[in-house]
Design a protein. Sequence first.
Lengths: 159, 291
Amino acid sequence: MDAVVDISKSDTRFLRTLDRELGASDLSKCFQCGVCVASCPVREIEETFNPRRIMKLAKLGLKDIVLRSDFIWLCSMCFMCHERCPQNVRPPDVMTVLRNIAAKEGIAPPNLMKLVDVLAENGRVYPLDDFTEDERDDRGLPKVETQPDFVMKIAGAGK
Amino acid sequence: MRYALFLGCTIPARQMNYEQSARAVAKALSIDLVDLDFGCCGFPIEPVDEVKALSMAAVNLKKGEEEGLDIVTLCSACGEMLAKAEEVLGKDESMAKSVNGVLSKQLGAEYGGERPRVVHFARMLYEDLGPEKIKGLVKRPLQGLRVATHPGCHYVRPSTLSGGFDDPEFPHSLDELVEATGAKAVDYIGKEDCCGGGILAVREDVAKAMTRKKLETLSGKVDAMVLICPFCGIMYDRYQKLMAAEMEKGFGVPVLYYPQLLGLALGIDPEELGFDINSVSVDGVLEKVGV
């Protein structure tokens, strides 16, 4: 991400969508203290990952930069920043909202998008195939619903 | 004590040692675990479709409520997702409307605000049975065993959902459960750190580096690591083995699910605790406790 951004690209529709979707998160109250960055276990490994910057860019309504950033997918959802944020921004919740908007625009990682199709087809992330069922049987584990119908129907909605 | 057991997707297919040991331990403790026709909690698709994710969670909540049972989860992420659905659907009217739109169209039924109690298996042992009672039931005290607990993220965080039953920064309930077995729960730097499993599908290199960090801290310092989430298990156990294959010398940190450890202390035959599935050898642990 560039150090300088053009705030004339601020997208008011995007800001309205964010405002509507954010629920209990107070993104507007973020005062850039950086406790999220200091608490982030991903940041410790990947120094370019910067949740504070994502909060700022989202707050500025810079939709394209935020949504096209690989960084919104890097949060591991450990919720440590959620615990420590003094302004109730709830950065993980903001990430989820941003990810959902990106997914609607078709710019989510394909392997994450594929999970919806996997659930629509199999009802499970990992199929309970014959081999697995046999092993469960050998271990004295009970039969469980192989392909939960409600999961397939919900995952398949709108397809 | 009677609960509806929520297995999720990963455990019944990929981490049967967790399920096997949890069922064996429950039986030994006279805890009834009832299997309902639950399905995916929704967590895996939350990043790309929160409405569908919450819809799945809502159906599961209804199923628990209909049976009049508390839901006990083995996976920390499943537990968090179900608790989140109760919270969000109770407070966020527009989200509840979207979810009910999906549910009525796809299933002809709506979420009616069902809020069964949802607890993690470890929390159930901690709150409903308690470490003292467990201590009294131990037949084979695991004296001399040094254990590092990995509580993981979703077991205690966000505290806005877990209700503050344990400290979100310095959780101690799992340590107390470990000490009830006679083993020593050691403290270490980075205990509250994330396993990295949440971003395995996006950046495997970063996820593995997060896992490696804790394994480096613990290597040679403890007899075992104890955890309570299948994602953490996959990272610290399976990925430890994969990473060790690329190293001169591995980390040598056996990784046990808490019910496997408790099962040993309750005198359950190790064969019934699924140790054959563990990737990193647990022979050292079994030898040390004398089985």
